[in-house]
Design a protein around this ligand. Sequence first.
Ligand code: NAD
Length: 502
Amino acid sequence: MTVAAGLRSVNHWVTGQRVASTSGRTGVVWNPATGEPQAHVDFASAEEVDRVVAAAEAAFPPWRATALSRRSEILFKLRELVDANRREIARLLSSEHGKTIADAMGEVARGLENIEFACGVPQLLKGGFSEQASRGVDVYQIRQPLGVVAGITPFNFPAMVPMWMFANAIACGNTFVLKPSEKDPSPSLFIAELLQRAGLPDGVFNVVQGDKVAVDRLLDHPSVKAVSFVGSTPVAKYIYETATRNGKRVQALGGAKNHMLVLPDADIDMAADAAVSAAYGSAGERCMAISVVLAVGNVAEPLIGAIRERMAKIKVGSGDEEGVEMGPLITREHRDRVASYVADAAGEGASVIVDGREDASSRRSGFFLGTSLIDNVKPGMRCYEDEIFGPVLGVVRVNTYDEALRLINENPYGNGTAIFTRDGGAARQFQFDADAGMVGINVPIPVPVAYYSFGGWKSSLFGDLHMYGPEGIQFYTKAKVVTSRWPDPGTSKVDLGFPQMR
Ligand code: NAD
């Protein structure tokens, strides 16, 4: 379709200012609640990416030399500014993403935790010190920044996921280039302005808007030392393979298919509340959303009944409408793709017990789709095998814990999983057995707090280190071990033997 002229433009942010693209290529930012275009976003050329990286490179030497106390002070100020602007950030991201304001406020709060964690950087960068490792010799470790690092982020958390990355990256003394999702790019610029107001020197944090062209240049630019990525699994794999081939350090977090195992002794109301919140919150567009319930034994009937009761009360509408609990999907194409899983399920032998396509909201002009519940889902069905990333929950009926566990462990994804039970022994066994990076016990979305690290296993993460928290600090620094002796003329002599610690 032709997009009307006169829409606002979303530009790059380089050396502390907005810079309009000269590539002549742009994308459309939609308003998912109305189905109308609301802005153009610049798509950088490779040469524009080079200019952004050059700005970050120039800012690196003075920034890495900046005192830890000063870096911490800037992050504290950023913390205050993000806190004071929570609603503004939430409103902005909701207008482009479609999630409700309450959900967007939650996103900002979880992102803020990462900034708070990074404020402790003087403590986090403390190394070890071994006095008298040999006579008159001390050995100690320091952690130093990598240089220019890049972050490539998905549409579903346009404020929080960048915060997962840049807070630790800049705290450790790196300079940062963010390539946000082209679907909801505006929060990146708002955050850039807050960082500037917090006192961050220009060039330390930069934003390049764009698509694959910009990403590919970041992946092969020799001055980019590390790449953090969050997005779908095929792209995560591509990013990991390309950037590691180019000698970069990479953490690439991919998609998910999170299973929630419900044992017969579970509290049915609690499990139903959790399943509905985790499956339909943010319209199912969360990498930690629950998309499959594994109902063990006779729990299936009462659980499905309780889920249906709750689904009937969910109010779908524009994210900024009072009382709305679930907003639209991100684009028309994505909405149609999600709906196709519901359309195909019956033909594959599953039972569609609530069909979101029939919800009144699905007739609105935005990218709406009501909530769906599919029973008798089985491995091999499209709706079981694929990450749907929409408000569709499947129920797989199983006879035993072992059968349920096998499904979780055989799944190619291993982001999050959860068990609902009153039995502590069963929960502990599950924590031991489950092949996934994040496990919830009577908690459906076990996103770790900022002082642990976030990451899945198997096809949900390519790379060695998880994101944010202690592993984030490790990712954004390289270790250097110093062995030091101060001259004592009395002990110095020529010795051609291999140095030994005596
Ligand atoms: P996406 O993979 O389409 O896009 C992510 C980023 O990669 C965007 O910035 C995009 O511009 C870029 N990109 C897209 N295609 C590319 C290509 N071919 N080459 C280079 N760059 C490309 O993901 P999305 O649709 O924005 O986000 C949803 C996906 O992200 C879901 O699969 C979800 O599970 C996943 N996700 C995972 C986590 C996690 O922590 N594991 C968190 C959030 C989202």
